[in-house]
Every structure is written in C-alpha cells, then in structure tokens.
Design a protein around this ligand. Sequence first.
Ligand code: 13P
Length: 250
Amino acid sequence: MARRPLIAANWKMHKTQQEARSFVAALLPKIRDIRDRDILICPSFPLISAVDQARKESQILLGAQNMYFEEKGAFTGEVSHGMLKDLHCEFVILGHSERRWVFGETDQMINKKVLAAIQGGLIPILCVGEKLSEREQNLTEQVILNQMDLGIKGVPEDVIVNLVVAYEPVWAIGTGRNASAKDAKDAVSLIREFIHSRYGSVAADKIRILYGGSVKPENMATYMKEDGIDGGLVGGASLEPDSFAKLICY
Ligand code: 13P
C-alpha cells in the first residue's frame, strides 16, 4: 500500500515572525507543483499564526512542537490541544528527544499528550529513539520498543493509522552524524512490526514512519529509497527555504 510521504520541518527555537513569513514566501513558488506528498512546518508557538497566514491556500500543513495534556487550567507556560486547533494546527510533535532529555518528559507524560492530542483532533508525531550510550550497549531495539509501548498505550484501533511515528536516534540529532539508511530502515521496520503485533496488518500498512537526525538535501533520497521510510523530520536543514525545498523534492 502506498503511503503518502511526509516531509516535516521542526524549526525548534529559531526564527522571528518576519523570518517565518519570509521563509514561507520564498518556499511557496518552489513547491507550487508538488501535490503527491505532505509538507509540514512546525514552528515554535509564537510563530504559528505568522506561518498560518503566510501559507495562505497552499498545501503546507501546520504543526506545533509540543503541547500539554490538560485542556485548561493553572499550568503556567503550557498550551493545550484546543489552543493549537484554534491556531489551525493539524499536527503536533510529541516526545521529541529534546523534550525528553532537556525538559525531563517521561514516557507516561508523553503518552498522556498523545491521547490528548488525538482526542483534540490533532495528529501526533511521536518521536522515539535511542541515545548513543544505549546504542553502544546494544539496547537500541529495547529502547525503541519500550518508548513505543508506553507512548501509544490506550490509543484506540480506529485512530492508530493517523498517528505518525518518527525514529530519531538522539546521537544523530544536530550532530551531522546521520544514521545509515540501513540503520534507519531497521528501526522503522521494528516500529512497523510492533504496530503489526498490536494493531494488525492494516494499521501497520497505513501508519507513516519518518526518519529524523541530520537529514540533509544530500542524504534525503537515500532514506526515501528504503522500503518503509515514509519521510523525514528535519531540524537544521529545514531552516532555509532552498534547503527545505530540496528536501521536499528529494
Ligand atoms: P537535525 O535535522 O538538526 O539533526 O534535527 C533533527 C530533529 O531533531 C528533528 O526533529
């Protein structure tokens, strides 16, 4: 079954509103004719409206980089799925390794966020991946399966196909040391087998699984050639319109 590729920009904590607007204005003419894949931009919260306005009627999809699982209340500094929907977000990145390892998010918190995002009508992009020390101890598979198991606990069968998973090995993020196509493919296959074991073949066929970690225009095609890798979640190389357009047109 052909899955629609998804090329996603995670801008992390970069750009001003004006820079975001200029980026989208420069990107739009470069991707005008692209219709056979999903293109997603996930800016930081203060830039979401600027990107939403700049994308106009284009095919660009909009996402956030995080959210809290409660709907409202005394949670200073947090945002809810309702707020993201109100800003026209369609996706939300959850469990990014920077959330896990810089901000101490646990699998249990991430799971609550996944469930809340689904309930709120957002598509979660659940990030999983091992640290270098874990890879060196041959714990990669165990770490991925554990993060998957805890991350999607309680996700109903009828919505699992909408979830997106991103395999992002921590040692490959922002380091220039991208995973080999084979390592990425093996991890993505493991994740798909896990979905198969829990939800059956239809779900496993439909769910999109991305690779992220030092993806660049020069290496994007090598990942996309691999069976089972449905796209990329891109940090640094998504920050310039030329570079992001090349990634999209891999
Ligand atoms: P880089 O592409 O900068 O390595 O970042 C990857 C990432 O963390 C995307 O979510």
